[in-house]
Write a protein that binds this ligand. Structure first.
Ligand code: 1CP
Length: 345
């Protein structure tokens, strides 16, 4: 049967007259209905593990805006928790984890195939969504990339420069590589299970890829993503993979082939014109309007939205922001962006 979902058509390489749209963090604190459901759940992690409420917040931006894709509501740090790390969120600050920095610490984690019981509520959220989403909306599953998840496991929190992870990589390569390998294998199992539950596309978020330099970028951003993509395609050959090595800069060129991904997601550190010439030539791209426009709005938002659409109009493109929408964004600016893309030409 010919594919009718616009995101799947773009991922298959089709150039569409109007790009399909979704937004990173589209279910989030900028929406009053999200804040209400989160309060009902009690806290962020309880929301992630309550399948009915997690499905509800996933659906909220679809009802409000009619995005072309829904992204499963969960977090990249649920996987290390399933591997045995302690995880909690400090209000106003962000995630905290017990640290893994020694051979003993690595050995104390569970094996990759022991994650599914802990993550069962996430798979249930996917099943609910695949029943309840409108027929034209694509369901995206996701996981963090091994390097990005490792940076949190090693530091025990978010870090501006991923210093502790770089330090472990230099001081105890075997333990560092062991963490990367465990995350790579468990991510394959985690994403494969999301696909079995109904995810139609999966995305690998490597938010901190940009701090990897030289051969490290190849070894710890490109190779793990390529291994995950290859393993998933062996099991689920028709499910597209989106890779998001944020901050890759000029290294975005050639990544479709190097990773084997159907789509490379771009942050706004590269211009759409450069990316059209150097990245979109390799396949579908996703991105890359700066999320700050969702705060500031106005004529600049309209112009920059048009600029992204126009720059990528000659090849396969999924419209998105360059990073997640922030809590201080104005929901009306999101509507203005969508109207500009869908009606503004
Ligand atoms: O309600 C709240 O206060 C929590 C805010 C929040 C939300 C809405 C967190 C905490 N995670 C999420 C959901 C989330 N996280 C999704 C759901 C789907 C959607 O996009 O709507 C996804 C895909 C993520 C992915 C994620 N979590 C990433 C990768 C993408 C990115 O933004 O770079 C990262 C790095 C995380 C860790 C994390 N979780 C939450 C926070 C505040 C952070 C970042 C901490 C830091 O900056 O270091």
């Amino acid at each position: 049967m010919a594919q009718t979902k616009t995101i799947l058509r773009a991922l298959a390489g089709e150039t569409l007259p109007t790009p399909p749209i979704w937004m990173m963090r589209q279910a989030g604190r900028y929406l009053p209905e999200y804040r209400a459901t989160r309060a009902e759940a009690g806290d962020f992690l309880s929301l992630c593990y309550n399948s009915d409420l997690a499905a509800e917040v996933t659906l909220q931006p679809i009802r409000r805006y009619g995005f072309d894709a829904a992204i499963l509501f969960a977090d990249i740090l649920l996987l290390p928790q399933a591997l045995g790390a302690d995880l909690w969120f400090v209000t106003g600050e962000g995630p905290r984890l017990s640290t893994t920095t020694t051979p003993e610490g690595l050995r104390a984690l569970k094996p990759a195939d022991a994650i599914h019981e802990h993550l069962a509520p996430v798979y249930e959220t996917v099943r609910i969504l695949s029943r309840e989403l409108p027929s034209e909306t694509t369901l995206i599953g996701f996981a963090g990339a091994p390097w990005t998840v490792a940076t949190y496991m090693i530091a025990g929190q978010g870090t501006p420069d991923q210093g502790p992870a770089h330090a472990l990589k230099a001081a105890d390569r075997a333990t560092f590589q062991g963490i990367i390998d465990l995350l790579t294998e468990s991510t394959i199992l985690y994403l494969s299970e999301q696909i079995k539950a109904g995810a139609e596309v999966v995305k690998i978020f490597d938010s901190w890829a940009g701090s990897l330099e030289g051969q490290d970028f190849i070894d710890f951003a490109v190779k793990p993503a390529a291994r995950i993509t290859k393993a998933l395609k062996d099991i689920h050959p028709d499910v597209p993979v989106i890779a998001f090595p944020r901050g890759a800069g000029e290294r975005y060129a050639g990544l479709h082939a190097a990773i084997g991904a159907d789509c490379i997601a771009l942050d706004d550190g590269v211009t759409p014109e450069w990316a059209a010439a150097h990245v979109q030539t390799g396949g579908c791209v996703q991105g890359n309007l700066a999320s700050s426009h969702m705060v500031t709005g106005g004529e600049t938002l309209v112009q920059e939205t048009r600029r992204v659409v126009d720059a990528f109009s000659k090849g396969p493109h999924i419209f998105n922001l360059g990073h997640g929408i922030t809590p201080d964004a104005n929901p009306e600016n999101v509507q203005l962006m969508i109207d500009t893309i869908r009606n503004g030409k």
